[in-house]
Design a protein around this ligand. Structure first.
Ligand code: NAI
Length: 243
């Protein structure tokens, strides 16, 4: 069994890769380029569980690179059982000052990538009549977040795309779900100001940030046989951010 995780050299993607390796999956680790893997021990950590792990470079915003990525992974690992669309970026700013470049780049990397990857990997899984796709959305896509018009748009779109793909691929035995993490401590969230961090904490029922490993635990479940009759669902992993 093989799992392909995008944007997995570090952060949440890395934690997902390592957890799925622990679960026994061979792991295809995608990230942007060689530089993204600098200092990353994701391959070694995955291999420590006795599975095969390989790096794949592709910009998931680029449709042709996604097609080539899916083809390469499927050839090397003899198919793809689990796809986790995790790669994502932020280019925050208030709407009034947000440039077209800021808006378009986030939509391309966070949203179009999910279409690109589901199109090609979904085709493959459809033919194999099995597979599981897990898309990484965000609480920002459900509730909105000031300064993240671009990001919230991309993550809200992922919810509609997840449900659409679940409906298109369900009869082929392929499940498609999304997770919506809240405030998870990673290099991405390190960029937030102390003020923003304090404001977030006060809204979280559990009064703490989540860990990448806690996100990976939910992905592990959705990728497992225990979740075989769950599709089109959005699982919020936020310590009770929204209650
Ligand atoms: P991160 O910035 O630590 O890691 C993202 C990875 O994606 C990096 O390794 C980066 O090189 C890679 N990447 C960026 N653009 C890419 C592209 N075009 N093609 C391939 N790879 C690319 O981010 P983090 O925090 O681990 O986030 C992972 C996912 O979780 C993202 O989709 C993010 O939006 C989502 N998320 C994160 C939350 C958090 O609190 N950290 C909360 C909710 C969602």
């Amino acid at each position: 069994m093989t799992a392909l995780i995008t944007g997995a050299a570090r952060g949440i993607g890395k934690a997902i890769a390592v957890r799925l390796a622990k679960d026994g999956f061979d792991i295809a680790v995608n990230d942007l380029n060689e530089a993204a893997f600098e200092g990353s021990d994701v391959i070694e950590l995955c291999e420590s569980f006795g599975v095969r792990a390989e790096r794949f470079y592709a910009n998931v915003a680029d449709s042709r690179e996604c097609e080539a990525l899916v083809k390469a992974v499927a050839e090397i690992f003899d198919g793809i059982d689990v796809l986790v669309n995790n790669a994502g970026i932020t280019r925050d700013g208030l709407m009034a000052r947000m440039s077209d470049e800021q808006y378009d780049s986030v939509i391309a990397v966070n949203q179009k990538s999910v279409f690109n990857m589901m199109k090609y990997a979904g085709n493959l899984m459809s033919r194999a009549k099995k597979g599981s796709i897990i898309n990484v959305s965000s609480v920002a896509g459900i509730y909105g977040n000031p300064g993240q018009m671009n990001y919230a748009a991309s993550k809200a779109a992922i919810i509609g795309m997840t449900k659409t793909a679940a409906k298109e691929l369900g009869r082929r035995g392929v499940t498609v779900n999304a997770i919506a993490p809240g405030f998870i401590a990673t290099p991405m969230t390190d960029k937030l100001s102390e003020e923003q961090k304090a404001a977030m904490l006060s809204q979280i029922a559990m009064r703490r940030y989540g860990t990448p490993e806690e996100v990976a635990g939910a992905v592990s479940f959705l990728a497992s046989a225990d979740a075989s009759y769950i599709t089109g669902q959005i699982v919020e992993i936020s310590g009770g951010l929204s209650m």
